[in-house]
Design a protein around this ligand. Structure first.
Ligand code: COA
Length: 261
């Protein structure tokens, strides 16, 4: 296990930053709500990416949750009466921070990665998961639609039929299957996934910085032109769908603990 984490100022009580040598670790810690993301948490995630990207002592960013949970996605409470279609919404600021970060982002996930917990992985460069972890894109089950550019990225990354199964049906996907699909880099036992991810981060951090960043830039080239517009389109549809009786009823049912699992 890599030691000597330096704790930096926290911008949100549920998001912790630390530096482990040249690796900036951003950790989501709200276990009592399965790491559901609140507006302040999105802001702190975006700010963490920005701080890491601008800090010369950092070469790699590691995004992680707690041991049994990456994140259950957007806090469903914010869906109840949301009528915002504003590009400055914290979740959108986080999505744009993911798009514009020059340094490699590695994700270490376990337990569950739901909603933006899965879509953010499509912007990460390497993803390590524990074998018990599942992914889920339950947008249609909630009466809404994909976000974070996933409607564009996922069909191109794994093929339309597989993407449709995940984005239209919203079924759970095991980390093993996600690895087969190419969404996850490697699946490891629960007691190894984090150390392995950190080890990979350190390997990456010790490589020539400019070569790594330019290589990432080349691989992502063109997406910076397409994805902002895609995210905007998705957000417009999402906001409209959220107002429908279907979506409001589903969200309220979840909050009243009536929704079937
Ligand atoms: N937003 C708000 N609260 C959430 C949440 C979310 N996304 N995910 C979990 N929680 C809360 C639950 O309401 C519960 O709160 P309570 O203890 O006050 O009742 C607590 O976290 C624990 O969740 P619970 O449902 O009991 O855990 P579980 O292991 O049975 O199920 C999930 C975990 C993630 C499968 C389930 O909570 C779920 O489906 N969450 C919603 C996911 C979602 O739709 N996210 C939005 C995607 S766009």
């Amino acid at each position: 296990m890599v030691k000597a984490a330096i704790v930096i100022e926290f911008l949100d009580p549920n998001i912790k930053y630390s530096i482990e040598q040249k690796v900036f670790v951003i950790q989501i810690i709200r276990p009592e709500k399965k790491n559901a993301l609140l507006p302040g948490m999105y802001k702190a995630l975006a700010e963490g990416l920005k701080i890491a990207d601008q800090n010369d002592t950092v070469n790699v960013i590691l995004l992680r949750g707690v041991d049994d949970c990456f994140t259950s996605g957007n806090d469903v409470n914010s869906f109840v009466s949301s009528d915002s279609n504003n590009g400055e919404r914290p979740s959108v600021v986080f999505m744009h921070a993911l798009l514009t970060t020059r340094k490699p982002i590695v994700a270490a996930i376990s337990g569950l990665a739901v909603g933006i917990g899965t879509t953010c992985l499509f912007h990460c460069d390497l993803v390590y998961a524990s074998e018990d972890c599942f992914l889920q894109l339950p947008f249609t089950r909630l009466g809404v639609c994909p976000e974070a550019g996933s409607s564009y990225l996922l069909p191109r990354q794994i093929g339309y039929q597989r993407a449709a199964e995940l984005l239209l049906l919203g079924s759970r996907l095991s980390s093993k299957k996600a690895q087969e699909y190419g969404i996850i880099t490697e699946v490891l036992p629960q007691d190894q996934y984090l150390d392995h991810a950190l080890q990979r981060c350190h390997e990456l951090a010790d490589l020539p910085t400019q070569a790594v960043q330019e290589s990432k830039h080349l691989m992502k080239k063109g997406l910076d032109k397409v994805l902002p517009g895609t995210i905007e389109d998705e957000l417009a549809v999402f906001s409209e769908l959220l107002k429908t009786p279907d979506a409001q009823a589903i969200v309220k049912a979840f909050l009243e603990r009536k929704m079937a699992s």
